[in-house]
Design a protein around this ligand. Sequence first.
Ligand code: CMP
Ligand code: CMP
Length: 255
Amino acid sequence: MESFLFRALDEEDLNVVVGAIEEKHYKAGEHVIKEGDQGDEMFVLESGSLDCTKVFKGNSEPTHLKTYEPGEGFGELALLYNAPRAATITAKTDSVCWALDRPTFNNIVKDAAAKKREKYDDFLNEVSILKTLDPYERSRLGDAIVEEKFAKNDFVIREGDIGDKFFLIVEGTAIATKVLEESKEPSKVKDYQRGEYFGERALLMNEPRAANIVVTSDQITLISMERATFIRMMGPLEDLLKRNLALYEKFSLKK
Ligand code: CMP
Ligand code: CMP
């Protein structure tokens, strides 16, 4: 249930996947996947730790891309796109993986996963805050996001609440409002449109929500990311997001 690729499955399909999974053990230093090979399985790491590396054009040495932690899936690209393995995955410590075969993946997981990635790919490529993410990481965000809709005047976020989600606007508009003088009504501090984000501050600062977010169009379509996903997937953007927090400073409560 923690692995995004499988999250959308209903109980029946999940049971088929669980029945088809094969446990595989790897010693430190052993390859789970070799770049360029044909691939017949995708994996979820159960325990241990794995390194992902790739040889980029013009380089003789592989570049380290990421380290996998338990619960994370990989090796899906070869199955989704019938392509050779795009990277090498090596056991950093003795590790246990769950392997799912191509026929089961094709029958049960592939369509939903490919559809979801493709559905959001164009949008995610357009979002300026995500421009610096590796294209692969950006398309993987598609697995992890949830679509939410709200109507005009709905509060997506209320100032003072505990925050556990980050949002991007796919369609529609909203405003941020905030109490700037004690015991006065909140004032508008920002306009939002497609491609813009909010709700990052509570997650980055571990503080309550610092503003209201109110829908101004007839309807709004958002995609949201839970705290754990935000931290894991948006990690490379943390500095940029934190720097942007300074833009809110001129709108703070006058004491
Ligand atoms: P696959 O190509 O089947 O096998 C190698 C896996 O490495 C790939 O699927 C992805 O799951 C994973 N991977 C992680 N980062 C990247 C990246 N930047 N580019 C390509 N594959 C990556
Ligand atoms: P968060 O505090 O999680 O929830 C409310 C969001 O409103 C906040 O993250 C920011 O994304 C956004 N926001 C817009 N303007 C301001 C502002 N002046 N101060 C704080 N947050 C703001």
